[in-house]
Design a protein. Structure first.
Lengths: 592, 253
């Protein structure tokens, strides 16, 4: 019996390490194979301080966590600018360096490691038998679970998932992607050190073998078996992985020597089969046993209607969104371009990529309550203009002023927070998040997106989350997609994704909206819906700039049009003026 | 607006000669995963014919051509191409048999040069002269591609990448070209040029075309015949003249 209790301890301790990896891998999408090595830092710190200095194991654990946090953050700084392949390689290298160093330092017992630790002393209670460990192991798993759950299922977790789905789009919505990545990497490293220290205290040894590469893979397997971004799944995964060996040995009665070999084969085959038939793991993201028991259906309904659906009648501003836009700034349509105040102004903005001139001496003005169109041949540099304005590409020279503030030198997230956001030609929704979450992500100034507020101000975060949800719901209804709140964005048809992308841009409540081909690929009926929405936004005093090839769209929307060729603005005026120009008709507009 | 019983509209008589149709789709049922989104679709396409398939987002147009192409297995029905039953054949076999398709998403090999992308598009065509001619045609159609021949396709603008993917399909010298929203994200003059080229190839080389388009006005300039799809079914099959005679197309969608 004591043997099975021992396995139970092991499940709990493995699970607690895997939980923190799931936060990093499943939620934030950062593939790190150095997780076990950060566990080793905790294990060795605890083992060394108790063995050589007689510290209490909890104190040693704390030291290990601090060390792991510092090292984890330092590793993250350069590593997280890398693409996935290189991140795996780099964390693999970091893992080897850490384990190598631990082996190389003579005080740490070389390849033998630190063994014969004194039994852990928990406030006077000596943990000797597996039974003694049951409660502390459970407790440590619960602590890690609580922290990971608090972070993962919160506004921060939403941002992390956004980073996993599409970091560029996340940054464009005003989130400091790099800071989030570094913080979550440091934090999960510290949690790994905590679990590693508990594991070492339970084993009463810390050796290179315990925290070696095989262990790293085991923890990975737990997360993948159980289900990415599902913490309950990770616990289930730990149980499956840990119990495989004793079940083979005792239930199927394979002899001990063979069991470990068979176990490896079973792992491999099971992993291969799982990837094929259930890539989302045993408990997929968003699955909750608790909800199942209470009889609530998972929010996947309505996907059926996603395929063939015509938008609801467009709501008119004032019906539901009165409180979201300042009424005082309504600009009447007879007010045109000439009288409107300039909101965004660029002077002499240039950019070269090697020999190619992407932008040359651009002078662009966007004016309040008007729509400016940017047209021109493919490759003229229209999307590049958006990239320059939002800081995605730094200009070589020139100034970009938004309400008088210089934007050059700011990162895209700062520009977004200053009040200028963009949509993308290729839409870039967060496919595995629901439509509602896609739009919620765009709401600015959420207190729950701050790690510290999240930790200490539960009430404030909860209240703000309700507010965010209501706002996002309002914008979903505004674009006629309220019915789709719980549908994953990946299940939508192309036209619907365009509407969600508009709702997402609007939910930022930014002053200046840059829309990249908002109407392309949507059928004729929807185009009118889209145009009506954009007009309503303009009428509320927002400043809009569109890149568009559809002349029907430009003709109806644009108060002022810039014509771009080879990175330069070669003409501007009303669309009628431009289409009457014979040369422009030849190079762009064609014969109509 | 006049309410027509669309099912009663007879299939248009295509005024071609009496050659066998190149493509016959008979009672096609298709979808993705387990979900059926295409029901009872019949298509007959003569050599040299341009058939427009219209319908709003999600009406099953793309699923129909993806299934013909072999990118998804049909749930039921038959597809005959060039005198052979190709139902359930892989896209690889279908490309060898002379089909080409351009999806509506951007599709190029990002880390390969424009020229390499185009050459890859023509890799299945053993006729070197024809390949060279096609390359010339593509370069003529999209002069920017010859200026940027050595540039990595992934570094070009969205619209230019669409040009590369159109070029790749033309390089294959297909018998059947399936275009999913070729006008997406392209300058109006370029769209006109593409449509004119497609018509030209149909008239001169006997290229058959399935053209999926939102832009009804543009599509009607070059098609011989139009299908309109709604909720996965063909609800209308008319000649270009019949379509043009309508005062409004809105009631069809």
């Amino acid at each position: 019996m004591s043997l099975w209790v021992n396995y139970l301890d092991q499940i709990l301790l493995y699970a607690s390490l895997a939980l923190s990896l799931n936060l990093l891998l499943g939620y934030a999408g950062q593939v790190s194979v150095a997780h076990a090595a950060f566990g080793a830092i905790g294990g060795y710190a605890m083992a060394y301080t108790t063995l050589s200095h007689g510290w209490n194991f909890l104190l040693g654990t704390l030291l290990g966590m601090v060390l792991a946090f510092v090292i984890g953050t330092l590793v993250a700084l350069p590593a997280l600018k890398l693409t996935v392949e290189y991140l795996i390689l780099l964390t693999l290298a970091v893992s080897s360096v850490i384990i190598g160093l631990l082996v190389a330092i003579p005080q740490f017992g070389g390849t033998y490691g630190l063994i014969n630790l004194p039994s852990a002393n928990l406030f006077g209670w000596h943990l000797r038998s597996p039974y003694d460990w049951l409660l502390p192991a459970l407790l440590s798993m619960v602590i890690v679970y609580a922290i990971c759950h608090r972070v993962g299922e919160s506004p921060v977790g939403r941002v992390l998932k956004g980073i996993r789905e599409d970091p560029v789009a996340t940054e464009a919505l005003g989130k400091n992607v790099f800071a989030y990545k570094v913080t979550v990497f440091g934090m999960t490293s510290a949690l790994a050190a905590f679990s590693g220290a508990m594991l070492a205290a339970w084993l009463r040894l810390a050796t290179p073998g315990v925290f070696g590469f095989a262990f790293s893979l085991t923890v990975f397997a737990i997360v993948i078996f159980g289900g990415m971004a599902n913490l309950n799944g990770t616990i289930l995964g730990a149980a499956i992985v840990v119990l495989l060996e004793p079940v083979l040995r005792r239930v199927v009665r394979i002899e001990a020597a063979k069991a470990s070999l068979v176990q490896l084969i079973v792992y491999g085959v099971a992993l291969a089969i799982l990837m094929r038939v259930r890539p989302q793991g045993a408990l997929p993201e968003g699955f909750s046993l608790w909800r199942r028991i209470r009889g609530e259906r998972a929010p996947k309904a309505r996907v059926e209607m996603a395929a063939d659906w015509v938008p609801e009648t467009v709501q008119h501003v004032g019906e539901h969104v009165d409180d979201q836009l300042p009424v005082s700034e309504v600009v009447r349509r007879d007010h045109v371009w000439h009288d409107a105040p300039v909101v965004l102004e660029t002077r002499g903005v240039s950019k070269r990529f090697g020999g190619i001139v992407a932008a040359h001496e651009l002078d662009i003005e966007l004016r309040r309550g008007t729509i400016t169109a940017l047209v021109g041949p493919n490759g003229a540099g229209k999307t590049t203009v958006f990239n320059l304005l939002t800081g995605a590409i730094p200009p070589d020279s020139g100034t970009i002023k938004l309400n008088g503030d210089e934007l050059v030198g700011l990162d895209p997230d700062r520009v977004a927070r200053k009040g200028m956001v963009r949509s993308f030609q290729d839409v870039r929704l967060f496919n595995r998040l629901s439509c509602l979450q896609n739009v919620m992500m765009a709401v600015q100034g959420q207190p729950g997106e701050n790690f510290a507020t999240l930790a200490f101000r539960h009430g404030k975060v909860k209240g703000a989350e309700e507010e965010t949800r209501d706002k996002a719901m309002g914008w979903l209804r505004f674009v006629g997609m309220g019915e789709f709140a719980n549908v994953p964005a990946g299940a939508l048809s192309y036209g619907q994704t365009k509407l969600i992308s508009l709702a997402r841009v609007l939910a930022t409540e930014a002053d200046v909206l840059l829309l990249d081909e908002p109407a392309s690929g949507i059928d004729t009926k929807w185009v009118d819906t889209m145009l009506e929405l954009i007009e309503q936004v303009r009428d509320r005093g927002r400043t809009v700039c569109v890149v568009e090839h559809n002349l029907h769209v430009v003709g109806r929307l644009a108060d002022h049009t810039y014509f771009m060729e080879l990175g330069q603005i070669t003409a501007e005026g009303t669309i009628a003026e431009l289409t009457n120009d014979r040369r422009l008709a030849e190079v762009y507009f064609g014969t109509t | 607006m006049e309410q027509r019983d669309t099912a009663a509209v007879p299939a248009a008589n295509y005024n071609g000669d009496n050659r066998a149709p190149l493509l016959v789709v008979d009672n096609l049922q298709a979808g993705y995963g387990r979900k059926q989104v295409v029901f009872d679709v019949d298509i007959s396409l003569e050599p040299g014919e341009v058939l427009g398939i219209l319908g709003h987002n999600g009406s099953g147009k793309s699923t129909t051509i993806r299934t013909i192409m072999g990118l998804g297995k049909p749930f039921g029905g038959r597809v005959r191409f060039d005198g052979r039953d190709v139902t359930g054949h892989s896209s690889r076999d279908n490309v060898r048999a002379g089909m080409a398709m351009i999806p509506s998403e951007r599709f190029v090999f990002q880390d390969m040069s424009v020229t390499d992308n185009l050459l890859l598009g023509g890799a299945n065509d053993p006729d070197q002269d024809r390949r060279a001619k096609r390359q010339e045609l593509v370069m003529q159609l999209f002069p920017i591609l010859s200026e940027r021949a050595g540039q990595l396709a992934g570094t070009m603008s969205g619209g230019q990448q669409r040009m590369v993917s159109l070029g790749m399909a033309l390089m294959a010298s297909p018998k059947l070209l399936m275009l999913d929203e070729p006008s997406l994200g392209l300058a109006p003059a370029v769209v006109q040029q593409i449509f004119a080229t497609v018509r030209h190839l149909a008239d001169l080389d006997g290229l058959s075309v399935l053209l999926l388009e939102q832009n009804v006005g543009q599509a009607l300039r070059i098609v011989d015949r139009c299908l309109v799809m709604r909720s996965g079914r063909v609800i209308l099959d008319e000649t270009r003249e019949q379509m043009l005679a309508r005062e409004s197309y809105w009631d069809l969608f």
